[in-house]
Design a protein around this ligand. Structure first.
Ligand SMILES: Nc1ncnc2c1ncn2[C@@H]1O[C@H](COP(=O)(O)OP(=O)(O)OP(=O)(O)O)[C@@H](O)[C@H]1O
Ligand SMILES: [Mg+2]
Length: 524
């Protein structure tokens, strides 16, 4: 039986199934990534590379191979894994920093003393950030720029003694808004520092995330690179099939043809289809061609789980968009911890899930999670999301709670937790999250309630046009504070063309009357 570490190793640092599996083809892509690494280590100037392609095509695998190469060349590798757009703001960065710096103040102090003694002054910020981003940072009240700047400083400086930093961002399409905009802030600083940021993005998600698509266009315009990964060709599918020695005699040309037709050269489906053939050689894959390939292959794999394990998987498919912990899954499945651990063990044994060294739980692949989720009825999904909402609310993860209540169709609870989460996010300087939450609430609350807060968030983020339009919609006669806000907004618009000092002054004038949350400091 594999050990716990074997299981986590199966996933490798950036998802996928890890470098121990043979890598077919991709020489061109790896050469390109190698050139990016060399450029950064030799010139000391950084940039970002966006690895784009369909789900399962091998983006994370390529990024992990490049990370191994970077490590060999003396770079520090830090991995950021985005969970879902509704997760707590900056949670992926918190997890990445905790994995690098440690989780207790003592560990953090020791790592910093070793790697970057000049950063010891950042210990209180790091402590607050790692403890509980929303709550602890909110106590101190931070500006948007304050948090982003401090995080950038920490990421850059902790690696200054080495050849540079290789920042691996897996699944950027699943980033919460503040993680996305922090990275945008960070990417703009890379020219002066030896940092190579490599981010994987599922191209099919871009239509649903226009903010990411817009930022990608901006990043391309300022010189960051994009690397598109396409499925394997027929010849490489053949090579893959022959390389997997367990195939033995079955690796004839007609099997390769069938696998190529069924999987379209997508390595994830190829691996799954091949394991079906090897485990049950009598398997009639041709029969499945009529079914969509994802359903055909993934359902077969899932059918190996018993009923309790399936129940666990369903709870996990709902929870893992906002967390990697076992506790919320246990709550959602209405079992005790022992049941959950038993089911997790079984799911790991049949390679449906994996467990990291710190107890982080995840599906072996996002496609598996999507399949489990899609297989549930709407009522069951809503019920499980409602329980997840309860758990996250009780545990102070209010943005996650709002996300789950929204999915559950529990709009009263979504509004309550969404307002709380947005206020907390504003106090912690995370206006992108606040804005996303306000927009989520918009169809469910009156514009009189929401308008002033939404306008304030838009103004802090510099979206004057949208703010102006919004204020135009408000019944000005009913709200003196909003009326007071309209004039400074025009002044703000004009001041925008007169440099940052005038801008900041005008911003204060606007936000005062709109009752900006206490402690909010405006800086752009
Ligand atoms: N060139 C390759 N040769 C052999 N196996 C590969 C290759 N590329 C990817 N794989 C394997 O295929 C599976 C899917 O790859 P990976 O997880 O990297 O896909 P992905 O593009 O990151 O998908 P997603 O967008 O869903 O995260 C993994 O098990 C990976 O090891
Ligand atoms: Mg991936």
């Amino acid at each position: 039986m594999p050990s716990r570490n074997d299981r986590s190793g199966e996933g490798s640092e950036a998802g996928g199934e890890g470098p121990q599996e043979p890598l077919v083809d991709r020489q061109l892509e790896l050469d390109l990534l190698r050139q990016h690494i060399v450029r950064v280590t030799e010139t000391g100037k950084g940039h970002a590379v966006l690895i784009l392609g369909e789900s399962g095509v091998g983006k994370s695998r390529l990024a992990a191979e490049a990370a191994a190469e970077a490590r060999q060349r003396g770079m520090t590798v830090t991995s950021v894994r985005c969970l879902g757009r509704g997760a707590e703001p900056l949670l992926p960065l918190k997890e990445a920093l905790a994995a690098y710096l440690g989780r207790t103040p003592d560990q953090i102090r020791r790592t910093l003393a070793r790697a970057a003694p000049h950063l010891l002054d950042a210990v209180p910020f790091i402590g607050a950030f790692l403890a509980n981003i929303g709550e602890k940072l909110a106590e101190g009240s931070f500006s948007l720029r304050g948090v982003y700047e401090e995080l950038s400083r920490i990421l850059i400086r902790t690696t200054s003694g080495n050849a540079g930093l290789f920042l691996l961002v897996d699944d950027l399409h699943a980033a919460d808004p503040d993680t996305l905009y922090f990275l945008n802030y960070f990417f703009r600083k890379l020219q002066q520092v030896p940092v190579l940021a490599v981010a994987t993005i599922q191209e099919e998600q871009l239509n649903d995330y226009p903010e990411l698509a817009d930022l990608m266009a901006e990043w391309a315009a300022i010189g960051h690179a994009t690397l598109t990964v396409v499925p394997l060709e027929r010849a490489h599918v053949g090579e893959y099939v022959r390389t997997m020695s367990a195939m033995g005699e079955q690796a004839d040309e007609s099997t390769v043809d069938r696998l190529f037709r069924l999987t379209g050269g997508n390595p994830f489906f190829l691996r799954e289809a091949l394991s079906l053939v090897t485990q049950s050689p009598e398997s009639h894959l041709a029969d499945d061609v009529a079914l969509p390939r994802a359903d055909a292959i993934l359902r077969r794999r899932l059918s190996r789980a018993d009923e309790v394990t399936r129940h666990f998987l369903r709870a996990a498919a709902v929870v893992l968009d906002t967390s990697e912990e076992l506790a919320p899954i246990t709550y959602v499945m209405e079992g005790d911890t022992k049941d959950a651990i038993d089911a997790l063990n079984k799911a790991c044994e049949i390679r449906l899930m994996r467990e990291g060294p710190g107890g982080e739980v995840s599906f072996v692949h996002a496609l598996m999670q999507r399949e489990v989720y899609a297989d549930m009825g709407a009522n069951q999904r809503r019920y499980l999301h409602a329980r997840a909402g309860e758990w996250f609310e009780r545990n102070g993860a209010l943005a996650s709670a709002a996300f789950h209540f929204e999915q559950a169709g529990r709009f009263d609870q979504m509004v309550k937790t969404g307002y709380q989460a947005a206020s907390q996010a504003e106090r912690a300087g995370m206006y992108h999250t606040a804005l996303m939450l306000y927009q989520k609430l918009r169809p469910h609350v009156s514009i009189e309630d929401l308008g002033p807060r939404l306008a304030a968030a838009l103004i802090v983020l510099g979206d004057w046009d949208e703010a102006n339009q919004l204020i135009g919609l408000l019944p000005v006669e009913d709200s003196s504070s909003i009326r007071a806000a309209s004039a400074p907004i025009c002044a703000f618009d004009r001041a925008w063309h007169h440099g940052p000092d005038r801008r900041r002054g005008a911003c204060g004038a606007v936000l005062g009357p709109i009752a900006a949350p206490p402690g909010m400091r405006v800086s752009r």
